[in-house]
Design a binder for this molecule. Structure first.
Ligand code: PDD
Length: 290
């Protein structure tokens, strides 16, 4: 397998040879942003949208984009060629570079640009058969959750708390409203309508979230972008979590109570089918928006 070639600051090199300074601001301050881009049959999924979100994250932390869209596409395609798997997860990260430790931005410092690709495993069939479990937790993160920042310590702590409670994910509550998961976006189904919180600074604008809304609207499933209270979450007929790696994950248990009937929901089954068809279409070279 040739899955250990990575990209670092202009070079493709074996993972074992890649070196970043201990003074890198990513290491010292978590001062950087990232993207995770799935690829199906070596076709990147919604690449344009991922690169747009990357630009928004970079703008929000006042860091210049080291590459234009064509440069990113070429880099990522070259990285994909160096990985043996047909389905891959591309990871890219940009930090504010290496400088003596000082909170203020360093002058004239090139960013650190890192990218890697790993084989992408589809969500485990057993998980999709039984459904996932989630617990609700207070959202202890900061007020810029729309930035895909590498400083993920709160997300790490929240996910770990869920795992230690034998749950698969934490669903986060802010002022009585459910916003998203520790590393996923949130949907509920109530009486046939799909509801997801609107995009704002309390959640990451998920690329999968947007695709789910598009697929639902093409399938004439009523959708609303509206806040979800903790009570509405508990009373939901179905709960789904979405992300580039989880796809659309049905949640059948929340805080030790069954979600709806406790079985996989009928709307989830429909949307799961649509999502798998979309992936297949992409594998066949059918996505037109790259
Ligand atoms: N995380 N919200 C948060 C906090 C996330 O970290 C993620 C994804 C999402 C879903 O976004 P998307 O559909 O674009 O993957 C929502 C990635 C997968 C990660 O950190 O590994």
């Amino acid at each position: 397998m040739r899955n250990n070639t990575i990209y670092l600051n202009g070079e493709f090199l074996p993972l074992a040879e890649a070196r970043v300074s201990v003074l890198d601001r990513g290491f010292i301050f978590g001062d950087g942003v990232y993207e995770v881009i799935p690829c199906y049959g070596r076709q990147p999924f919604r690449l344009t949208e991922h690169l747009q979100r990357l630009q928004h994250s970079l703008d929000a932390i006042k860091l210049a984009n080291p590459l234009n869209a064509t440069g990113w596409k070429e880099l990522l395609l070259q990285l994909m060629e160096r990985c043996d798997a047909d389905d891959q997860s591309l990871y890219l990260q940009i930090t504010r570079g290496t400088a003596s430790r000082d909170h203020g931005f360093p002058a004239n410092t090139p960013p650190t640009v890192f990218a890697m690709s790993n084989p992408l495993k589809a969500p485990a069939p057993a998980l999709l058969e039984r459904g996932a479990s989630a617990i609700t937790l207070d959202d202890i993160r900061w007020r810029y959750c729309h930035i895909k920042a590498i400083s993920l310590l709160p997300n790490v702590l929240l996910r770990q708390q869920a795992l230690e409670a034998d749950a698969d994910e934490a669903i986060l509550l802010q002022d009585g409203e459910a916003t998203e998961g520790a590393a996923s976006n949130l949907f509920i189904v109530k009486e046939g309508t799909l509801i997801t919180p609107p995009k704002d600074n309390r959640l990451l604008p998920g690329i999968t979230r947007d695709l789910v809304l598009e697929l639902a609207s093409s399938a004439d499933i009523p959708c609303l972008e509206q806040s979800i209270s903790a009570a509405e979450l508990r009373d939901a007929d179905e709960i789904w979590l979405t992300s580039s790696t989880k796809e659309i994950l049905p949640v059948t248990r929340l805080d030790d109570a069954a979600t709806g009937t406790g079985a996989l929901g009928p709307l989830w089954r429909r949307m799961h089918q649509h999502y798998q068809q979309y992936k297949q279409h992409l594998r066949n070279g059918g996505e037109t928006d790259n």
